[in-house]
Design a protein around this ligand. Structure first.
Ligand code: OTU
Length: 653
């Protein structure tokens, strides 16, 4: 059939028939068709933009929809019920009850028999409940190569759990258990690339495979350097210290393979509609295991176009939107989380109900680290005033550090607007967080240190745990009692900001007991070249057991944090992202309000700071007394003095 004769707004009859043959249950058939008809015009338009130039576009469209129907049919009853519930309440992730946590299962469980890490996680569910967790992100736990696996981000099979950790059936069972306890399971969808031992890659390598050509077309391969050189003129190397360039020569194939990240991670070719369909099936397979949020890894890189940076291209957005539409049809309970650690403008471009409903907030993350180092909140406030606001249907996932490095991804122009030179500031932060600056309390290590071949400037990113970067490691080694207390307060302060600021707070498990850097990674051959393992330690359960002892460091950090989490979960002001940021009378006091009711004041310095909220918070203009929800103390809102690193959550009395 000629595609130009097909009405793009009405489901073609042949397709409707095809769906009926897949979905034999009449109720299911009706539900699927109703959803599909609602979304069909948009779906058609998105896929037409991406693949309309293919001569057999209609065949691809039909195959994609048939695959969606098949995956919908395979969805369990309880997940269909969850779909209905989420369709009634699509903004469930905006609630004040939301509290996120992330871990590598094996490292969090720490001690387990081979194959039993997932089983071990059950024994830690009570711990997660103590922390009020409602969103649990398990770092990549899929089958991946034994050594070259980039912490699980080189995936050998999206349908198999690493045998060391458990099985897919156990993961689905865990998802069910978590859901019963009000916890949503979050997994990664590493969709920019596969490991070089994924079945598709193996078939692309196998000269005896009759479908070798078809699988080579799943990736981007080049017989010589002509095109790679042409592309590379505009590409940014991601891991420059380990491997310059974005292509890897494969001896077997005698071709150059596109590898944005490590050489063993082959980029998928989404210009090929077969890849779209195949990855859609993997995505819906994961949705059918009970995953409620998929973290879309490395979104900026999924579409390539000669002569561009191959990051954040318009087609990357269309592609995610097309996946999103199909999810609305087959598994509407599923939400996408964007992982775009790029310029703030580009971070925001992925976030909407039609694309990624939630996103990491790297802008807040780096701005907080900047404010902590300088004891100056002006750039933080300015950036948040400009960039925090999202569409009401979307939410930030606010975090302080992840399994990755911290890179100084603030906008140069935001800094310039305050008279700050961005390059100098970045270098200052690098020195500060590697402990090479006089006022530094931080113990961190460089990640990807290099001298930029273009600008000849030294460049790096930072590795380290929350507690070590915030001064606890140094203070415990050779500091005073006050320095230890200040480090603990810094930890609680920045945690308090991400808990209160609006969105889902995300805790890297271990940080709640002040876990320090793990220098042992240097003894592990598979890890020693990647300093990100400094902050991916195994959980020390002995230390965690001290959390009930108020005189221990673990106890103090844990107790103060849990208090803030429980408070968040009890305050209606904490729902949604309705936040205003204020410039205060002190360059060290960060201030914001939630839903025109609760005011948070945060002292980012180790000295006393006095401010007058009546002057900068419009709804407090006439308030005489306010009460701190954390301690219950009340204050005169015309003049409030904050202790070193103190935070107050104020309501009018
Ligand atoms: C992600 O990070 C993961 O979080 C990393 O752990 C992986 O190594 C990588 O993808 C490959 O799968 O560059 O420094 O804008 O910044 O995707 C980490 C997004 C990274 C990239 C991000 C990437």
């Amino acid at each position: 059939m000629n595609q130009h004769h097909v009405n793009p707004t009405i489901l073609p009859e042949t397709l409707a028939q095809h769906i009926k043959s897949i979905l034999t249950n009449p109720e299911q058939q009706q539900l699927f068709v109703t959803r599909l008809e609602k979304h069909y015009p948009r779906l058609h338009s998105l896929l037409y933009h991406l693949y309309g130039q293919q001569s057999d576009f209609i065949r691809h469209l039909e195959t994609i929809i048939a695959a969606t129907a098949t995956m919908f049919a395979a969805r369990s009853e309880d997940l269909h019920a969850l779909d209905a519930k989420r369709e009634r309440d699509p903004h469930w992730f905006q609630q004040e009850r939301m509290m996120g946590a992330v871990c590598y299962v094996d490292r969090f469980v720490a001690e387990y028999e081979p194959g039993k890490a997932l089983a071990g996680l059950y024994e830690r569910l009570d711990y997660l409940k103590e922390l009020g967790v409602t969103y649990l992100h398990l770092m990549p736990l899929f089958k991946s190569p034994p050594v070259n696996n980039d912490g699980g981000y080189a995936v050998s099979s999206f349908r198999d759990v690493s045998p060391d950790i458990g099985t897919m059936a156990e993961l689905a069972e865990l998802a069910r258990t978590l859901r019963e306890q009000g916890i949503s399971l979050v997994l990664d969808f590493v969709f920019n690339h596969t490991a070089d031992d994924h079945t598709w890659a193996k078939r692309a390598l196998d000269a005896h495979d009759p479908e070798q050509q078809r699988y080579q077309a799943f990736y981007r391969m080049f017989p010589d350097r002509t095109l790679p050189d042409a592309y590379e003129r505009h590409l940014r190397p991601i891991f420059p210290a380990q491997r310059p360039g974005s292509f890897t020569y494969n001896e077997t194939l005698q071709q150059w393979v596109w590898t944005t990240f490590f050489s063993f991670q082959w980029d998928l070719n989404y210009a090929n509609p077969d890849v779209f369909r195949a990855m859609l099936e993997e995505m819906l397979f994961l949705a059918n295991q009970g995953v409620e949020v998929l973290r879309l890894d490395a979104v900026p890189f999924i579409w390539k176009q000669l002569g561009t940076t191959c990051e954040n291209l318009p087609e990357a957005h269309l592609l995610i939107q097309a996946f999103n539409v199909l999810v609305r049809v087959a598994a509407p309970a599923l939400v996408f989380k964007s992982e775009a650690i790029v310029h703030p403008r580009d971070v925001q471009s992925y976030i909407s109900e039609q694309e990624c409903q939630i996103s990491y907030n790297p802008i807040l993350m780096v701005s907080l680290w900047g404010a902590i180092a300088t004891r100056d909140v002006r750039l933080l406030t300015h950036t948040m005033q400009k960039r925090f606001m999202l569409p009401p249907s979307a939410a930030w996932v606010n975090y302080l550090r992840s399994h990755d490095d911290i890179g100084w991804g603030f906008a140069d122009e935001d800094a310039a607007e305050l008279g700050i030179n961005a390059d100098d500031y970045r270098w200052y932060l690098n020195l500060f967080y590697t402990g090479r600056e006089p006022r530094s309390f931080a113990a961190g290590e460089p990640f990807q240190f290099q001298v930029d071949p273009r600008s000849h400037q030294p460049d790096m990113r930072i590795s380290g745990t929350l507690a070590s970067l915030l001064g606890l490691e140094k203070a415990l080694k050779d500091g005073t009692h006050t320095e230890i207390e200040h480090a603990i307060r810094r930890i609680v302060l920045v945690q308090g900001v991400i808990i209160a600021v609006g969105g889902i707070p995300l805790l890297y498990l271990g940080d709640e007991i002040g876990t320090l850097n793990d220098y042992g990674y240097k003894q592990e051959p598979a890890h020693r070249d990647d300093s990100r393992w400094l902050h991916r330690p195994r959980m020390n359960w002995q230390k965690a057991s001290m959390r009930t002892d108020p005189s221990s460091i673990e106890g103090q950090v844990f107790h103060r944090l849990v208090q803030l989490i429980k408070l968040r979960q009890s305050l209606p002001e904490m729902a949604n992202g309705d936040t205003s940021f204020y410039t205060t009378q002190s360059s060290s006091v960060f201030a914001f309000s939630r839903r025109q009711s609760l005011v948070c004041l945060c002292n980012f310095s180790e000295t006393l700071q006095t401010v007058s909220p009546t002057a900068f918070v419009p709804f407090l203009a006439d308030a005489a007394r306010v009460q701190d929800q954390i301690t219950g103390s009340d204050y005169d809102s015309r003049s409030i003095t904050l202790q070193p690193y103190e935070m107050l959550w104020l309501r009018r009395l």
